[in-house]
Design a protein around this ligand. Structure first.
Ligand SMILES: NC(=O)c1ccc[n+]([C@@H]2O[C@H](COP(=O)([O-])OP(=O)(O)OC[C@H]3O[C@@H](n4cnc5c(N)ncnc54)[C@H](O)[C@@H]3O)[C@@H](O)[C@H]2O)c1
Length: 304
């Protein structure tokens, strides 16, 4: 297949692009490099420097494309609180333009990067795809809810085949957000730089950490599906944040001090998915253990 990956110069998109190419798909990466890096894009991919708002450029890039993996978005939660309009414009309006361009170009397949944040603080664990979608805790999360609605509408109105993947907590090589608000890269960088690790709730929170290469493989595995499908993508079990920190110390062979930042309003104590739906539908499940994933991630940050 020939696949266009929006946001393919970013953390997760760079892995998805590589795996598609390894499986002999043709790939066009479409990215404005506002947050991504050209050097993360596999040299075998065609690269188009473009923004989701540039409909003509998108239309041109969509020629002969069979499917789109739509990962381009702004993703930094605190920034979305400061600049909700920017997030709405970039993520929601940008996705609307992409869907219009797809319709006009006759591209009938879309895989979309959504997030577990659409569930807010769940009433019950593990979180399943039937768990209630709540008003999001922040404007970034709300853009994911709105983008899902746009895609569902497009499926109903024009028969778009769509897969919505709700990621839990991805981590791994190439995670270079700025500022970095995610736990694992910050813990690793603090440890490697021998600085204290700032930790909320004494690290007692539970999250479902999914290694990025496993997550990327879910995108290639769902390519053949038709209709509208929604899957949670995680490991299926939760890990305490403090246990991640301890594993990092074990791997590097030393520890650094922990700076307890106390409680943080709005943090759910525990979030992890039931991993059954995607496993039953396409036999996908995560393979990488936390130890293996952390080792590869630490190696990346040591050499980057
Ligand atoms: N990283 C996570 O923890 C996480 C969790 C859940 C969902 N997601 C979703 O996964 C996707 C990828 O996340 P990531 O961590 O790789 O982010 P990232 O910031 O590393 O990559 C996003 C890429 O999109 C590009 N981009 C942003 N807006 C664009 C626009 N208007 N036009 C063209 N390109 C644009 C950026 O330049 C960047 O290369 C996002 O949609 C994100 O919301 C990420």
């Amino acid at each position: 297949m020939k696949i266009l990956v929006t946001g393919g110069a970013g953390f997760i998109g760079s892995h998805v692009t590589k795996q598609l190419l390894d499986q002999s798909h043709g790939v066009v990466v479409y990215d404005n490099l506002s947050r991504g890096f050209k050097k993360l894009v596999d040299e075998r991919a065609e690269f188009v420097l473009g923004d989701l708002s540039e409909k003509e450029k998108l239309t041109e890039a969509l020629k002969n494309i069979d499917a789109i993996i739509h990962m381009a978005a702004l993703i930094i939660v605190p920034e979305s609180v400061e600049k909700p309009d920017l997030y709405w414009e970039n993520n929601v309006v940008g996705s609307k333009i992409l869907l219009e361009a797809m319709r006009e170009a006759g591209v009938k397949k879309l895989i979309f990067s959504s997030s577990a944040c659409v569930y807010g603080e769940p009433d019950k664990l593990p979180i399943t795809e039937e768990s209630v979608i709540k008003k999001a805790a922040n404007p970034y999360g709300q853009t994911k809810i709105e983008m899902e609605k746009l895609i569902e509408k497009e499926h109903e109105n024009s028969g778009l085949n769509a897969v919505i993947l709700r990621y839990f907590n991805p981590y791994g090589p190439n995670e270079l957000h700025s500022p970095e608000t995610h736990a694992i890269p910050n813990f690793i960088l603090s440890t490697l730089n021998r600085k204290p690790i700032p930790l909320y709730w004494n690290g007692e929170q539970i999250r479902d950490f999914i290694y990025v290469e496993d997550l990327a493989s879910a995108h290639t595995a769902v390519l053949s599906l038709g209709g509208l499908n929604i899957f949670n993508v995680g490991t299926g079990f939760g890990t305490k944040v403090i246990d991640v920190v301890k594993k990092i110390f074990e791997i590097v062979g030393y520890s650094v001090p922990i700076k307890n930042l106390g409680e943080r309003v709005g943090d759910a104590p525990s979030l992890y998915t039931a991993a059954e739906k995607i496993k039953n539908a396409i036999s996908w499940q995560s393979k990488t253990t936390l130890d293996q994933g952390l080792e590869k991630t630490i190696k990346f940050f040591k050499t980057f």
